[in-house]
Design a protein around this ligand. Sequence first.
Ligand code: HEC
Ligand code: HEC
Length: 215
Amino acid sequence: MKLILGAAASVAALAALTGCDLQEDADTERGEQLFTEKCGGCHVLTGAGTNGDIGPDLDLAFQDARASGMDQDTIEGVVQTQIANPRPADPADTTVYMPANLVEGEDAEAVAAYVASVAGLPGIEAPEFIAPEFFAANCGGCHTLGAAGTTGDIGPNLDDVLPGQSPAQIAESIADPSAQISSGFPDGVMPAYADTLTPKQLQQLVQYLQQSVGG
Ligand code: HEC
Ligand code: HEC
């Protein structure tokens, strides 16, 4: 809560430190993809469909900033500065949690341009969640699933282990992989998706997995 309350004040403080930095040619599509991968686990941003709650809600933060007259180029500069040199959400707080330089150079420009193009804008909608595409992009590198054509072998072969499991069991394995470790596999390798997926998205993903293994 403290992080969210501090958000508006901190965006204004950052803006004062940031020169205008136009990146007209930055690749916002790549920016969206990088944001989802590197930032979305900690931040809500509706346009990217991310739901992380470790850091401030970026829609709320920049909604206030836009309302007080901050334009898109300034927001872009604020985001770029925050990526390179993260500052606490509450200026009175000296602890900074956000890791610096998660993206650099052109990638940082692309992420900043993307965030500035959607954060806090009215009418922005989350991208449609398509379970098979999400699985192929995020899970298939570690898991084999025949229906998806993936052959990852870092985690269990889902065609083998999922039949007979309840939706609740599968959902827990995805949201909180450490709750129960598949025998013969290491803990701490699979990311927890509790903050990246909404309950509805998790349900869609579980349903897709059950259908894929014939359940
Ligand atoms: C590990 C979690 C984490 C990740 C990953 C992360 N952030 Fe943050 N972010 C935070 C936290 C926490 C804050 C509040 C400042 C602090 O305490 O570090 C913050 C603050 C911000 C702010 C300032 C918002 C405000 O209201 O002041 C922006 C902008 C931001 N992050 C953008 C990004 C972008 C872009 C990325 C990806 C390149 C990213 N963050 C990745 C946790 C994270
Ligand atoms: C970096 C590799 C990695 C990624 C990415 C990953 N997993 Fe896993 N997964 C594992 C490992 C390792 C285990 C076994 C250890 C454990 O249970 O936590 C596992 C376990 C599971 C299980 C439990 C299987 C059983 O034995 O019952 C399910 C279900 C699962 N993963 C689904 C997913 C889904 C869906 C995604 C994408 C949203 C995903 N995983 C992403 C590595 C990964």
